[in-house]
Write a protein that binds this ligand. Sequence first.
Ligand code: HEC
Length: 179
Amino acid sequence: MDSFTWNKIIAGVLCALLIIKIGDITSQQIIHVEKLSKPSFIIDVAEVQTSSDDIQPTGPADITPLLINANIANGEKLFKKCMQCHTPNKSGMHKVGPNLWNIVMQDYAIQDGYAYSSALTNLKGQKKWTTDNLNKFLYKPTQFIKGTKMLFVGLKKDQDRADIIAYLNQQSDSPVKLP
Ligand code: HEC
């Protein structure tokens, strides 16, 4: 190829680049995006509640299915957390909290010789320690019974509560059938 042909090729390439550039500039000037002052269409949906109350779990999960295969031995181990304040055995002494022998399905606040809070005595005769009530109480005592003097953070793991309730059920002359 002679130099003339090369010149033609180079001129062609430059020309093409120039045309592309011009096209680019003019397109930017021609098409300029304007923000719409109003949305062009409105989707009508029912208002969705997004308050934080709805997102946060309001209580513990139902542990009934977990009671079927609850691990009593693990419940006994977990009960160490309660031993600071409770004894689990028959005629065990009251500590900071009452003795818990025979607690499952028993009425609230009936242990002789223990001074319950008024929050708990007010419920005496009205409620029983069903597995459901124990589940909710042990999840967060102060939330389930406002004013209780059981100042314990609670057991947040569902299976832990199931295991401990299954263990407590054994601390009785006549354990109930679970679940
Ligand atoms: C820091 C001490 C403390 C710990 C730890 C504690 N409790 Fe209690 N518990 C109490 C007190 C105090 C009461 C009495 C509450 C009242 O009168 O309001 C109580 C009451 C109870 C009751 C109601 C008894 C009744 O006769 O009505 C149950 C059930 C119970 N506790 C279970 C447990 C279990 C299970 C654990 C361990 C997971 C535990 N508690 C850990 C202090 C404690």
